[in-house]
Design a protein around this ligand. Structure first.
Ligand SMILES: [Zn+2]
Length: 159
């Protein structure tokens, strides 16, 4: 809702600031919605201005405030720019975990078989053959290292 402009607005503003109301202007203000609202706004702003003038506290240094605002703006831009990358990384971690969980029963059997076939009482020369399948070692290493790499990438995005 837009109030209609009134030809008495400037006079009402001056009177509201100074407090000197002529009887005609006061009568107009009481009958005109635009001037009544204008009087309320000017009176509220004048009261705020008087309160601010009464406060003698020094204003804070604007440099740190400006610097903090700049840093916050850069942080927002960075988060906005990297949010898609973070979501793709999270999806990759979720897919990796889902695929890993799908292979857990088979892997567990492989690991259990490798450890049960491991004969620790045999001489050290037999250890590589007794350690089990090299494919198992490669798969487990890839899963562990891949998981660690994804975790580090995701953790780097969070910081
Ligand atoms: Zn008016």
């Amino acid at each position: 809702m837009t109030a209609k402009p009134c030809s008495h607005e400037e006079a009402v503003t001056a009177a509201a600031r100074s407090g000197d109301w002529s009887p005609e202007l006061k009568a107009h203000r009481d009958g005109c919605l635009t001037c009544a609202e204008l009087t309320l706004v000017v009176a509220a702003l004048a009261a705020d201005a008087e309160e601010l003038v009464a406060i003698h506290a020094p204003l804070p240094d604007p440099a740190p405030i400006w610097l903090r605002a700049q840093l916050a703006s850069r942080e927002r831009d960075y988060r906005r720019a990297t949010s898609a990358i973070v979501w793709v990384q999270r999806a990759a971690v979720a897919v990796t975990l889902a695929v890993g969980l799908a292979f857990v029963p088979g892997l567990w059997n492989l690991v259990k078989g490798a450890f049960t076939s491991l004969d620790l009482s045999s001489p050290v020369a037999d250890l590589p053959r007794a350690a089990g399948s090299p494919l198992l070692v490669i798969v487990v290493s890839m899963l562990v290292l891949g998981g660690l790499a994804l975790w580090e990438l995701t953790a780097a995005q969070e910081n």
